[in-house]
Ligand binder design. Structure first.
Ligand code: KMT
Ligand code: NI
Length: 176
């Protein structure tokens, strides 16, 4: 994993958009984003222990790539990249490949989180974020859920009035 501030440009969303300004684990924690690395032989066991501790009862797997999604790949990747929030945590463990999760910091700037196999991330309910594959166009991820699988995205600005957004803004002291 590497996190850095996103540089806006006309380049494709799948390009790195690397400003060269690093973001630390502390920067991520300030906006409620949690990160672990569960790598190698013990990886799955460590993941299972965390899932138990945090009461993640359900899981599934998704592969985002042209070969797994066919004609809808491009439109799926575009839709994942629309800025949105969820009413539950977004929990992802990367099984293979690479991709970018972008999250808003307190000043509403994008932090890009470059994820690879073995990386595990939790985005809190109510945080504005988006996802894209990178130029390799391949990622396989485990999605974990506390209860029933719910991953309905609520796009910005519609979600500004959502009560999970309000809860998030007050608990993390976000200025916008
Ligand atoms: C998301 O939340 O945008 C997704 O589920 C995309 C695939 S997870 C790498
Ligand atoms: Ni999401």
């Amino acid at each position: 994993m590497r996190a850095y501030y996103y540089e806006d440009s006309t380049a494709d969303q799948r390009e790195p958009h690397d400003s060269g300004r690093e973001a630390s684990l502390d920067d991520l924690e300030k906006v409620g984003v949690l990160y672990w690395r569960f790598d190698g032989e013990q990886g799955l066991e460590e993941l299972n222990a965390l899932a138990k501790k945090r009461s993640y009862k359900n899981r599934d797997e998704i592969t985002v790539s042209p070969s797994s999604m066919g004609d809808v790949y491009e439109s799926k990747v575009k839709s994942f990249f629309a800025e949105h929030l969820h009413e539950d945590e977004e929990i992802r463990y990367i099984l293979d490949g690479t991709g970018y999760f972008d999250v808003r910091d307190k000043q509403d700037s994008w932090i890009r989180i470059a994820m690879e196999k073995g990386d595990m991330i939790v985005l809190p309910s109510g945080i504005y974020h988006r996802f894209t594959t990178d130029a390799k166009n391949y990622i396989k991820a485990m999605r974990l859920f506390k209860d029933d699988p719910v991953w309905t995205p609520i796009n910005r600005p519609l979600a500004d009035d959502n009560r999970y957004r309000h809860d998030y803004v007050s608990s993390f002291d976000v200025s916008v």
